[in-house]
Design a protein around this ligand. Structure first.
Ligand code: ADP
Ligand code: MG
Ligand code: MG
Length: 209
């Protein structure tokens, strides 16, 4: 499997929107336990808007930037600006290139993580989407360093994100709405970490085709 292009990334946005929509109730249930019960709804609205905003004939970076802008403008809550930042920063990192190889995609993921941490100030262990995204970035880089191809790198990242989301269950939230619950936030998976794992699974499936 070679580099990915604009069509692949547009396919990712569409597939992510499908998975989010199918999983919206579960994400909302997770958020009902430690937040305000709108995470699935927020993301569903945001990704629908992202699909509508997909440009024709634009390079991969511009596809992600357009999707990110739509998500910021249509997604309520904390996750809208955060996921908007993920997509816009990743898009910016890709520049105007027509093809995205494994190294470029890894750099884009890292830029996305940096953007989320600049905006939300969360570190690993705070029980947020960073607990899925940070291990994903690290696993991608480790796979790349081992000489793994793009599809394998994304698969490693998606697996690490899923493990990272599972690992948020015992954590006590220190950022976002869930932090208001203090120790009562323990024992529940963070909804944003779970949705990040979902988005990376979608990317792995598109990149693996
Ligand atoms: P809201 O909490 O405003 O209702 P959502 O329910 O859509 O927004 O999203 C909640 C998710 O956002 C959390 O599960 C967490 O993963 C993520 N989140 C909240 N605050 C931060 C932050 N400061 N940094 C990173 N992620 C955060
Ligand atoms: Mg919420
Ligand atoms: Mg909310």
């Amino acid at each position: 499997v070679g580099p990915v292009n604009a069509r692949d990334l547009a396919a990712w946005v569409r597939y992510a929107a499908e998975l989010v929509s199918a999983d919206a109730e579960r994400l909302t249930r997770l958020d009902a336990a430690i937040g305000d019960g709108d995470h699935g709804l927020n993301l569903d609205r945001g990704f629908r808007a992202a699909v509508d905003a997909l440009p024709d004939g634009a390079p991969p970076g511009k596809v992600l930037i357009a999707a990110g802008r739509a998500i910021v403008s249509k997604t309520g809550g904390a996750s809208g600006p955060l996921y908007g930042t993920v997509l816009r920063r990743a898009g910016k990192a890709l520049g105007d290139a027509d093809d995205v190889d494994a190294a470029a995609l890894g750099a884009a993921l890292k830029a996305a993580l940096d953007g989320v941490q600049e905006l939300g100030k969360a570190v690993e262990g705070d029980k947020t989407m960073v607990d899925a995204l940070a291990p994903a970035v690290a696993a991608f880089a480790a796979a790349l360093a081992d000489g793994t191809g793009l599809a394998g790198c994304v698969r490693a990242a998606a697996d690490a994100a899923a493990e990272g989301a599972d690992a948020t269950v015992p954590m006590r939230a220190r950022k976002g709405r869930a932090s208001y619950l203090g120790e009562r936030s323990e024992g529940h998976m963070d909804p944003g970490a779970s949705s990040t794992a979902l988005l990376l699974r979608a990317l792995a499936e598109v990149a693996g085709e």
